[in-house]
Design a protein around this ligand. Structure first.
Ligand code: FES
Length: 162
């Protein structure tokens, strides 16, 4: 096996880091800023961004698809995320998802017709000791009991109706 040319390796890594800094971070930051503003990333934004940057629409779409937190689907006024990672799944996340579906009358992965609620399952949010865990509008609720969940959803509905 040929020895590695250390200068060539250095040059290669330097370019790799430059490319990463120049390409990845700013575009991800931009995508996150768009999502912060609109609560999702409109497809039009991807088209327009592809005209303004060196990224093709396909590149941008693939990038958005590779991050669970990013979405091109409009999100309801209230976003309910239920973790369905291994630990949460083992202690009943499926029942939590079903309870939310029944309570709000929507299927997981969709938004209610009135645009008030979006329900999604996500994979491991890094708080496995609190399984099962759900997040409502960015607030985490751990060791969810179905009775507690009913109360939470009822207060969400009351708040949405007022
Ligand atoms: S599996 Fe749900 S927080 Fe890790």
């Amino acid at each position: 096996m040929a020895a590695i040319d250390s200068q060539e390796l250095h040059d290669f890594l330097e370019k790799l880091v430059q490319d990463y800094e120049a390409m990845k971070s700013p575009i991800l930051t931009m995508l996150n800023r768009i999502q912060e503003r609109y609560r999702y990333i409109p497809v039009e934004a991807l088209y327009e961004l592809s005209q303004m940057t060196s990224y093709s629409f396909g590149d941008l779409n693939a990038l958005v698809s590779s991050f669970e937190d990013l979405t091109t689907e409009p999100v309801g006024e209230h976003l309910i995320l239920v973790c369905d990672g291994t630990a949460c799944h083992a202690v009943g996340s499926v029942d939590v998802i079903k309870a939310v579906e029944d309570e709000l009358g929507i299927r997981c992965g969709t938004t209610s017709e009135d645009g008030k609620y979006t329900l999604k399952s996500v994979y491991c949010v890094g708080a496995c000791s609190l399984a099962p865990i759900a997040m409502i509008d960015g607030v985490s609720f751990g060791r969810i009991k179905l009775t507690k969940l009913d109360d939470m959803l009822a207060s969400l509905r009351t708040e949405a109706a007022s």
